[in-house]
Design a protein around this ligand. Structure first.
Ligand code: C2E
Ligand code: MG
Ligand code: MG
Length: 716
């Protein structure tokens, strides 16, 4: 029996080919799952199958070139090509499996068997192509081992490929590591298979007559290997670029988050914690109090006569006085206590581990300190404070309740003649009534037809034309006037009213959009906001479908806006819902983008059509370098993900100009028109388009990069 000897450089070359082919396949597998259209998915899948299949195949034949057999060798062309087809088909099957939504155990087993079986079949088909006679004597144990290696390694590789899809960091390096494992496994299978083959002495290669000789096959194998190498290099370069770009964007976003987070928790004027932070810290204090059994106290401090200071000396003096008061509060409290500003001339102090007597003394001390003279801009000022006190646990069970009860006690102190403090007593409750009444009215509002939609135009910066409107909800309450959505949507969510209200909004917006279409605006779309609860509601997709059908509106004329935080809260279920909208052809916009803790990878997977950059970034975009960097990074990201970018809250011509330079697609904001009832919308659009025509002309007329304030400001 003759055995095989190897030329080691070629063995290494075969290993390299296998690793590169694996890298290419892993990379393409990730692209399949994130591709936006079915067509793109198909192309990536075909490309991946081709690269992987050709790679495995050329690995085999480089390995054969590396081997020296006792007889000259050739390969039967038909069987050789068949082995190539098998490798491509097995790779395609495996890639298809890992690109699915999830990798169940059954899928993994089937995939490993398919891929491993395919690699083994390719190998033994390649061996059969030599048409040896007598037939190669295989060692059954080693053959079995080679198949097991192929199946096991394929399983591991598929699992790794699937896991890698969920990563964003160090993807490039992880993928390279996985490719080495996978490549080594493919080569391992090959060389185990070769070790299993024994060539009886006097063997003849039947393919010598009319087959491809080893020398003849070499250029073909070599060019296949080079093609795989080239594909791997190009893809890895793309990977690296994407990784460094995402890292850049991620870091500018997280820096912005840091600043937003500070602003979100502090009052800008006094730098004291704001209401939000107060509530969090108070909840913590309540937990501590439950543990220690010692009460904690909330002191609601409202200044007496502050308005008079403002009126007499101006707002700036008022602001300075507030800063001084904040400073005195801080100096009077114990370090562990907390002072926060509620807004206006209201402050709250939280004191932990105090008895009723302690709180009494603290309130008296605060009153005394605030009564002392302040000097502001050379004026000597005197004010006083009314203080209401609520104690935990007896006066309230939640932070909000404690604060509102302390507030009620403060009112009593004030109406009792000011400059005093007062402990809470349940008889003081009148204000809590307010929310209950609002809720009672809200319950009937839908039936009484008190809701309206206003429409704000969205415009395309390049064409200067309106592309549609965002529908914004208004409540025309007979007793309260126009109530803005921020005032009642939270309450509607709590009371379970948001779904019927949301259904009404969908229906009304679709009706209006159909009316515009009937009047010839066939390319306009209407955008409808979805609240988080509405988004989670199982009937949402059907509601959307019904509304479209009722008004015979084509799906592409409807865009649904969900905020970034809603969409990212539960990514898997968001994906499932958004995919249904994608399948229907309804547009999906990610609203208030940049304010949540966006995961770029997930964003990449969400089937959205549009990103709306949050107003907060637009406000200072032409003065604040960070905001500008973020907006341009978002635009770049969106372009790479083939998403439209809309800037919301555009108020000045300078912002408009700047956004145009950043190549933002669409704009929306007071500069182009405030939200108006449907009947006035066409007029607003006409003015907005005229404004864009005007500024567009100025824009093209001047030298690029030179800033100049356009003077044609749109009147509201
Ligand atoms: P949003 O979806 O981000 O809507 C944009 C908000 O910005 C609107 O406030 C709009 O009037 C305002 N706005 C537009 N341009 C400018 C500008 O140039 N400057 C400034 N300062 N503001 C501008 P609005 O109408 O008060 O709505 C507030 C929020 O309430 C909306 O934010 C949206 O999240 C929610 N909302 C409105 N209508 C609905 C609805 O029908 N359903 C649900 N679930 N939420 C809604
Ligand atoms: Mg919106
Ligand atoms: Mg928004």
């Amino acid at each position: 029996m003759d055995h095989v000897s190897y030329a080691w450089p070629l063995v290494l070359a075969s290993l390299l080919v296998a690793v590169l082919a694996s890298y290419t396949a892993l990379d393409l597998a990730a692209r399949i799952s994130t591709a936006r259209s079915a067509q793109a998915r198909m192309w990536w899948l075909a490309g991946g199958a081709l690269c992987m299949g050709v790679g495995i195949w050329s690995m085999h034949f480089v390995g054969m070139l590396a081997a020296t057999l006792p007889v000259p060798l050739a390969y039967d062309p038909g069987l050789t090509l068949l082995s190539l087809l098998i490798a491509i088909a097995a790779s395609g099957f495996a890639l298809y499996l890992v690109s699915g939504a999830d990798l169940t155990r059954a899928r993994l087993v089937v995939g490993a068997l398919g891929m491993g079986g395919g690699v083994a079949a390719m190998h033994y088909m390649g061996m059969a192509a030599m048409r040896m006679s007598p037939f190669i004597a295989y060692n059954p144990t080693l053959v079995l081992l080679s198949v097991l290696i192929a199946v096991g390694a394929s399983g591991a590789a598929l699992w790794i490929a699937f896991r890698l899809r969920l990563r964003t960091h160090h993807l490039y390096r992880l993928r390279a590591g996985a490719a080495i494992i996978m490549g080594a496994a493919i080569a391992g299978m090959h060389y185990t298979g070769m070790a299993a083959a024994g060539f009886p002495t006097g063997s003849q290669c039947g393919a010598l007559a009319g087959g491809w000789s080893g020398q003849g096959l070499a250029p073909m194998v070599l060019s296949a290997a080079v093609a795989v190498l080239a594909a791997a290099i190009v893809l890895s370069m793309l990977d690296r670029r994407f990784e460094s770009q995402s890292a850049l964007l991620q870091s500018s976003l997280s820096q912005a988050h840091g600043e937003i987070a500070f602003l979100a928790l502090h009052d800008a004027l006094t730098k004291l914690p704001n209401r939000l932070q107060l509530e969090r810290r108070l909840e913590q204090a309540m937990r501590d109090s439950r543990r220690s059994g010692q009460p904690c106290a909330v002191l609601f401090v409202d200044l007496d006569g502050f308005k008079a200071v403002n009126d007499a000396f101006g707002h700036q003096a008022g602001d300075r006085l507030l800063s001084l008061i904040a400073q005195r509060l801080r100096e009077t409290m114990r370090p562990a206590d907390l002072a926060a500003r509620m807004g206006g001339d209201e402050f709250v102090v939280v004191a932990e581990g105090v008895s009723r007597e302690d709180v009494h003394a603290l309130a008296a001390r605060l009153g005394a300190v605030l009564r002392q003279e302040f000097v502001v801009d050379g004026h000597r000022l005197r004010i006083s404070a009314s203080i209401g006190i609520a104690l935990y646990p007896q006066d309230g069970a939640s932070a909000q309740e404690l604060i509102s009860h302390a507030d009620a006690a403060m009112y009593r102190a004030k109406s009792g003649g000011r400059d005093a403090h007062q402990f809470f007593d349940p008889s003081m409750l009148v204000n809590a009534q307010e929310n209950l009444e609002l809720l009672a009215e809200l319950r009937g509002a839908l039936a009484r037809g008190e809701f309206r939609l206003h429409y704000q135009p969205k415009l395309d910066l390049r064409s200067g034309r309106a592309v549609g409107a965002e529908a914004l909800l208004r409540w025309a309450s007979p007793s309260r006037g126009n109530v803005p959505p921020d005032r009642f949507l939270g309450l509607a969510e709590q009371a379970g009213l948001i779904v019927p209200i949301g259904d009404w909004v969908l229906d009304e917006a679709c009706r209006q959009a159909a009316a515009w279409r009937a009047r010839g605006h066939r390319d306009w779309s209407v955008a409808v906001n979805l609240s988080a609860l509405q988004f989670d509601h199982p009937g949402l997709v059907q509601s959307v479908r019904d509304a479209l059908r009722r008004h015979a509106l084509p799906p592409r004329a409807l865009v649904l806006e969900v905020t970034e935080s809603t969409a990212m809260r539960n990514v898997e279920s968001s994906m499932a819902i958004l995919k249904q909208f994608e399948a229907m052809g309804v547009g999906v916009s990610i609203d208030d983008f940049g304010t949540g803790y966006s995961s770029l990878l997930y964003l990449k997977r969400l089937p959205a059509t549009e990103l709306k950059v949050d107003r907060g970034f637009i406000r200072d975009v032409q003065h604040d370098a960070d905001d500008a960097a973020i907006v341009s990074a978002i635009v770049a990201l969106a372009q790479r993900l083939q998403l439209r970018v809309v800037a919301e809250g555009v108020e000045t011509p300078a912002q408009q100009d700047y956004l145009r330079q950043l190549h933002c697609d669409q704009v929306q904001g007071f500069l182009f028109g405030k939200p108006v009832p449907g009947v006035e919308f066409a007029q607003v659009v006409e003015r907005a388009e005229a404004h864009l025509r005007e500024t567009g002309r100025q824009h093209t007329a001047r030298a690029p990069g030179v800033f100049q304030q356009p003077d044609g400001v749109l009147s509201p």
